[in-house]
Design a protein around this ligand. Sequence first.
Ligand code: ADP
Length: 459
Amino acid sequence: MQNPRYSMLGSLLLTLTIALVAGFIIGQPGWVGLLAVCGWALLQIRQFSRLVHWLQHESDKEPPEGTRHWGELFDELSRYQKRHRSRESYLRNVITRFQQSSAALNDAVVIIDQDSNLEWWNRSADRLLGLRAASDRGKPVMNLLRDPRFIRYFKKSNYSEPLDLPSPVNSDLQLQYQISEFGKGDRLLVARDITRLLQLEQTRQDFVANASHELRTPLTVIRGYLETYLEQDLPRPLARGLEQMQQQSRRMENLVSDLLLLSRLEASRQISDEQPIQIHSMLQHIYDDGMALGRDKGHELVLELDQEHDLLGQEIELYSAFSNLVFNAVRYCPSDGLIRIRWWVDAEGGHFAVKDNGMGIESIHIPRLTERFYRIDESRSSASGGTGLGLAIVKHVLARHGATLHIKSKVGKGSTFSCHFPPDMVTRAQRLELDDPDDDDDSADNLPPRSTHSSNSEH
Ligand code: ADP
C-alpha cells in the first residue's frame, strides 16, 4: 500500500489543480478552488464515516468499496481481518480442546496465581475438592482447602514430596496433592484420587502381617521340639542336622519378627506419642551388644556421646534402627575393624552416625540399600545371618520420626550410616539436673556410663 499521507496529498493537489484551471477559464479561480477543496473534504468525511460504520456494525462482513487510498485501506483492513479471524479460530480450537481434555481428566487440576488465589480449575476439582465455578474464582486457596496439613504444605514452598490427605468434601476419598511452580510464582496443584491404591497397599500390608503372625506359632513349636531333641545324646550326623535346622528356624523367626515390625511401622507415617528417650543409656546397651556380637572378630568399638541432649521419639523403634546400623557394621566388617558410634547435636538437629572401616559398598547399590530384601552379595548376607530387612526398618523408623538416613561409603575404605533428626526432636538431657556439682547427694551414681568408650572387644 502506498504511503496514505502522500496519496491523500496527491488527490487533494490534483482536485485543486483541476479546479483552478477550470476557475481560470471561467474567471473565478478563488471560488472554484474553495468549492473543490470543500467537495474533496466532504468526500473524505463520507469515506471516513463509512469506515467507522463498517468497523462498528458490519466488521464481520466484507469492507465497503472505496476510492483510491480509501480502497487500499479497506483492502488492507480486510486482509488483516481474515488473518485475525483464522488466528482466533485456531486459538478457540486450542482452548476448546484443552478444556475438553482437562474435563476428561480424573485428577483435579487447579491453577493458583502469585497471590495464592484460585485462577482456574477443571471439572474434577469440583468433585474432589468442592470448588464452585461461580463463587470461588479469585478466592485464596487456603480459604477453601483449610486442612492445616495442606496449609503447611502449601506455605512450605518445597514441593518435592507429595502430600496425602482425605478429600475436603468426602472423607472416604484419599487424595494425593502435588504442587508445581511455573511462571512468576504461579502454582499448579494436581490432586489425585489414591483411595484404591491405598486400599491395595493396606491389603498387602494386612496379608504380610497376618501371614507373619500365623507363621509364628508353628515356628515356636518346631523350635521347641528341636531344642528338646538336641538335649538328648544323639548320633553326631543326626545332631549336626538338627543344629542346622535350629539355626535356620532361628533365622526364620528373626525374619517373621522383622516382617511384623515393618508392617507395624507401615501402618502409620508418623509416631503418635513421642517420649523423651535417654539416648545415652540406649546407645550404651547397643554398644555392649555390639561388643558381644563382634567379640570373635576382634573389633574395636568407640562410643562418643553428646551428654547434654536427648531425643524425642519411640524408644523401641529407635532402638531397633540404631542397633541395626551398629550390628550391620559389626557383621559386615572383616576382623579387627574399627567402628565409631556417635551422637551429637548442632543447629541443624540431632545426629546419630555409625562409621566403620570395613569392606564398603559400591555406589550403584547405595540408593537401593533400604529396599526390602535388597542384598549386595547374597552369600555375604546369609553368612552374616541378616534378614535383608534391617535397612528398610531403619528407613521407616526414621521417616516416622521426621528424620533422614544418609549413607556414605567407599569400597575398601568403609561406610558411614548417619541419621539426621530435626531440631524439634531434640531435647535437653534431664539427668543434667542430677549432675549439679553443688548437689552433694549421691545421684551421680544414676548417671549414664562414661561418655566416650574405646574398647577392644577381644578383652
Ligand atoms: P541384612 O539383613 O542383609 O543385613 P540390611 O537391610 O540390614 O539387610 O542391609 C542390606 C545390605 O546392605 C546388606 O545385605 C549388606 O550387603 C549391606 N550393608 C549394610 N550395612 C553394611 C555395612 N556397614 N558395610 C557393608 N555393607 C553393608
